[in-house]
Design a protein around this ligand. Structure first.
Ligand code: GP9
Ligand code: MN
Length: 620
């Protein structure tokens, strides 16, 4: 038989091309990267290449045996990183960052969610790796390991560098200042590729460690001026109105504002809350401002009036910082401070972080009777959680500040048949469909809790604050969400969907619906003023929601902001009345403020600046 002379190809070229193409296919199939024109598509296509060439180029320096080993190990490692991003994206609609990656204690708790997130077809993500193994094992003749001459190696390196610069250059024309503005991970991945993005992230990580070491407190002057200028006088009528009362703060898992006063299949989603808001202050334009730290970010914002970080969870990355959080302040004012949450105490690093925030007691998993029959999804059902929490509340020294964190309304929104008070929605997204029955269940649990507080005589002595921690339905479900809302989910609508309920019930006060634009950042001064505690000296970015001077403005963690008339997101200014893009100049006056807010807050956290403030200034 005639032998066919196949051209010989180096294994390095094969593995590079396979991973390159795979990455591009994964971009297209597993991430929702918005592409607006052919140039962006082209950037997306070439962006994995330079990194892969650099990495596998190292193999050129090796002899055959080592080269093979190096290629197999590296290829597996890169595939694993890509796959980890895919799984993470399914859940968080976001790309991994180093701080998140090291939150392994959380990963082990993801339990039921991981099952939902993985399937057998995921093996497809490793197809190229299996091919590689076959090639290495059976050594077909077209694969060669010839050593490369010095000239060839240089040429290879030069080509890789050229591609990298070409990629960066193109990206720069498409997205100026890409690397200096890191609000948006999708933008980064889209332009420099997922692998280079991880390297960039590692660079940021080391930079942030250095920042603390180098900070000396001189940065505080500017921040202090900024915060002083933004201070609003408290509302005289309400200042001290709840003095000495217990505070019951309830974090509502994944609860967005769109469920309030809304029906699904003709039935109310939150019948209890719809009634409760009638004799409470209800803030209908209140936004969550969380980032990757989800629930923990919301806790951080609400109790510090600082922004969370753009990457990672501040609960993990900066738990040993100096803070001046609500629990600590209340402790100094004679309160007993506790957090109640029926989950592992180490989830989100709470056990460590709570100490820095000034909590005296954390009632966690071990303080609850958790059995199979009273659990669903992530753990103890909300109704049982509230019921068992009553005992804890009763045993606390008064007055107390108690934060209760619900759990049932968490992705994947599982619920037992007997707790299903309404039927799921019917759309292409099971996540959205199942969201409604769990929100409805949470509502029922709240109703039960408030009744129990009344039974125990705790209701009249307490102010009750409920807030949604963050979104529950990510942009992955825009299509189904659009069907539910009856209108397309544009970036404008998406931003408006970041509203979460804020409900403040003060005994003896009539209710009122307030439409001031506000955010989680505003809760700390609002609460402290109600309790009659002055915040003039504090470093806070929020303002008292009852203050007559409160500015109608709030910034989200991705840099989007909302004013009375406009929504600014993805560099477009939208008119709230029409929901359509309008002249960017109309948003221009607020751009600087939005930037300052986030940057100043980041500086405080990265430099651990409050440690200097406490030494030199009169907080106490
Ligand atoms: C875990 C609970 C949920 O303890 O707070 O966390 P999330 O995933 O919503 O951040
Ligand atoms: Mn949450």
């Amino acid at each position: 038989m005639h032998k066919i002379n196949l051209p010989k190809v180096s294994l390095i070229a094969i593995v590079t091309v396979m991973l390159w193409l795979k990455t591009y296919i994964v971009y297209q199939t597993s991430f929702d990267i918005k592409i607006e024109n052919w140039k962006q598509e082209f950037i997306l296509f070439i962006n994995p290449l330079s990194f892969l060439m650099f990495v596998f180029g190292i193999g050129l320096l090796m002899k055959e045996k080592n080269q093979k080993r190096f290629i197999v190990v590296t290829s597996f490692f890169i595939s694993a990183i890509l796959f980890a991003n895919v799984v993470f994206y399914r859940f968080f609609n976001d790309f991994l960052t180093i701080p998140v990656l090291f939150q392994t204690s959380n990963m082990s708790d993801l339990g039921s969610s991981v099952n939902e997130l993985l399937n057998l077809s995921d093996l497809l993500y490793f197809v190229d790796f299996f091919i590689l193994i076959v090639l290495v094992k059976f050594k077909p003749r077209f694969v060669q390991y010839r050593e490369f001459s010095k000239t060839n190696r240089r040429a290879f390196l030069l080509i890789a560098i050229a591609i990298a610069f070409f990629n960066l250059g193109l990206a720069e024309t498409e997205r100026p200042q890409l690397l200096t503005r890191t609000f948006d991970r999708e933008m980064l991945v889209k332009n420099i590729g997922t692998y280079n993005y991880h390297i960039y992230d590692a660079f940021l990580q080391s930079k942030s460690s250095a920042q603390r070491a180098l900070a000396d407190g001189s940065e505080l002057a500017d921040i202090d001026n900024y915060v002083r200028a933004g201070y609003n006088k408290p509302n005289e009528k309400l200042f001290g109105r709840a003095k000495g009362k217990n505070v019951i703060l309830i974090s509502l898992e994944s609860t967005q504002n769109f469920v309030i006063n809304q029906k699904v299949n003709g039935q109310e989603i939150t019948p209890f809350l719809n009634e409760f808001i009638k004799d409470s202050y209800y803030f209908e334009n209140f936004y969550h401002q969380t980032g990757q730290g989800k629930t923990s970010d919301s806790e951080f914002i609400v109790e510090n009036s600082l922004y969370p970080l753009s990457r990672g969870a501040v609960f993990f990355t900066h738990s040993s910082n100096e803070f001046n959080a609500t629990p600590e302040i209340l402790k100094q004012n004679g309160y007993f401070t506790a957090s109640l949450h029926a989950n592992n105490k180490s989830f989100w690093n709470r056990d460590i972080m709570y100490k820095s925030l000034g909590y005296e007691r954390f009632y966690s998993m071990t303080d609850y009777d958790i059995r199979e029959e009273n659990s669903v999804g992530w753990g103890l059902k909300d109704k049982d959680f509230f019921e068992q929490s009553i005992q804890h509340l009763k045993a606390m020294p008064k007055p107390y500040y108690a934060k209760l964190i619900t759990l049932t309304n968490h992705f994947p929104f599982e619920i037992h048949e007997e707790d299903k008070f309404i039927e799921p929605y019917d759309s292409s997204s099971n996540t959205l469909n199942n969201y409604f029955p769990t929100v409805r269940y949470q509502d029922e649990a709240l109703k039960h809790f408030v009744q129990r507080l009344k039974d125990e005589g705790l209701y009249e002595n307490s102010i009750i604050i409920l807030y949604g921690d963050h979104y529950g339905i990510s942009e992955n479900h825009n299509k189904a969400m659009g069907q539910f809302l009856g209108s397309e989910v544009t970036p404008f609508v998406s931003t408006q969907l970041q509203r979460v309920p804020l409900i403040i019930h003060i005994p003896g006060q009539k209710g009122k619906t307030v439409s001031t634009v506000s955010g989680q950042i505003d809760l700390k001064p609002t609460l402290l003023h109600l309790l009659g505690i002055d915040t003039k000296q504090d470093i806070e970015f929020g303002s008292d929601l009852f203050s007559k001077d409160k500015m109608e403005f709030t910034v989200l963690r991705d840099g989007s902001f909302i004013t009375k008339d406009y929504v600014y997101t993805r560099e477009i200014c939208y008119d709230k009345k029409t929901g359509e893009p309008t002249d960017n100049n109309l948003c221009e006056p607020y751009l600087e403020k939005a930037k300052n807010e986030l940057e100043f807050s980041d500086k405080i956290i990265y430099g651990d600046l409050l440690r200097f403030y406490e030494d030199t200034n009169a907080i106490k």
